[in-house]
Design a protein. Structure first.
Length: 381
């Protein structure tokens, strides 16, 4: 394949339901622009085509998944029923219709990459009327994608794992439409950090370079209960530094900042961030990461070779990610702040235990799926 794709106009379609969809689209789009010279547009057709649809999806998702997860679990379960899947896609498609029609006709993409299953039925209907445009799906749920990813279309599906391919086969998707890759993460994480660089990063972050550092990280939307986890970790008798990334969850950030202030008064270094562009420096500087079960943070922690303690996952949607971490022995599920503290203490005080988890991480052999998925997009027929 030529390194030039200057004739390609590649449209990424996403919805504002969490940060993972758009961050994956931005990562792929960045490589397509910089490495291959393609023209790229990243677009939310619901926000573009309605007055309140984008806010409804964004706020509804955040509240249901993070604040009242039992509601999200019930919704997720309901969408396993085919009639409900079709209704959800039809409802979202109606909100997306104007924005989608406008961008397809005005921008005239050659390839349309969909990273959200709620858009698939409407996109399929529109591309049938525009045969020169090629469609492809990047299924951003890495191991057990919900059945809605297979509903309402016949596009090729690019998956983040062999497990996802097997899941789609079980849904009845023909094998020729499926390809397995790996989780997409920020390209920075493909760079292995030297011990010297790690010490320099810790110093730049305001940390003591040779003292252990434990990070609480939940990605763009933060992690439920980060303030409580921070407080419990601060009770440890072990001497380590702390950090918490709360993302866009401003209420939790304020609570965590108050906890950090108390910990600082007690002599323990504690950093608190909202949404930050320092995830690479923070994760690669950490000795232990306490995380939410989203695929992006999971991939970043794996790439950095760190033990991953999953303290919270979105019910249904992210539960397979937690199960995968435990099955592969690359981390633990810690459903309470106390269990997160106890597991952190074990990792920091038991070298043999930590070494086994690090061997398990190495055995997984994580590779960033970014470049290979981008190449697959450009090779679409």
């Amino acid at each position: 394949m030529s390194n030039s794709a200057s004739n390609e106009r590649i449209l990424f379609l996403y919805l504002p339901t969490g940060g993972g969809h758009v961050s994956n689209a931005k990562a792929m789009g960045g490589v397509l622009e910089k490495k291959y010279g393609a023209q790229v547009k990243i677009y939310d057709p619901v926000t573009a085509g309605t007055l309140f649809g984008g806010a409804l999806l964004e706020d509804g998702y955040r509240i249901a998944s993070l604040k009242v997860p039992f509601v999200w679990k019930a919704m997720f379960k309901a969408n396993e029923i085919k009639a409900n899947m079709r209704f959800a896609q039809a409802f979202t498609g109606a909100m997306a219709r104007l924005g989608l029609r406008t961008i397809l006709d005005e921008w005239q993409p050659t390839i349309v990459v969909c990273v959200h299953h709620l858009l698939l039925s409407e996109l399929s209907r529109m591309l049938r009327k525009r045969p020169s445009m090629r469609g492809v799906v990047v299924a951003t749920d890495p191991f057990v994608p919900p059945a809605m990813w297979a509903e309402g279309h016949e596009f090729p599906i690019l998956c983040y794992s062999e497990e996802a391919v097997d899941t789609f086969k079980a849904y009845g998707v023909p094998e020729e439409r499926l390809s397995a890759f790996s989780i997409i993460i920020n390209d920075k994480f493909t760079q292995k950090v030297t011990d010297e660089a790690k010490l320099a990063n810790k110093t730049a972050l305001g940390l003591e370079p040779k003292k252990p550092f434990v990070l609480i990280a939940g990605g763009g939307d933060g992690i439920r209960g980060a303030d409580k986890i921070l407080e419990e970790l601060g009770r440890s008798d072990l001497d380590f530094q702390l950090g918490a990334v709360c993302g866009r969850d401003e209420l939790t950030r304020v609570k965590a900042a108050a906890v950090a202030e108390r910990l600082e008064e007690q002599g323990r270094k504690a950093l608190v961030y909202g949404f930050t562009d320092k995830m690479y420096e923070l994760i690669t500087s950490a000795d232990v990461v306490v995380s939410k079960g989203g695929p992006a943070v999971l991939g970043e922690v794996l790439a950095a070779g760190k033990p991953n303690l999953i303290a919270f996952f979105i019910p249904g949607q992210e539960e397979p990610n937690m199960r995968w971490v435990e099955d592969k022995g690359v981390g633990k599920y810690c459903p309470t702040p106390l269990s997160a503290r106890e597991e952190t203490e074990k990792l920091l005080s038991d070298p043999a235990y930590r070494a086994q988890i690090e061997r398990n991480i190495e055995a997984v052999g994580f590779v960033n799926g970014l470049d290979s998925i981008v190449k697959a997009i450009l090779e679409l027929k």
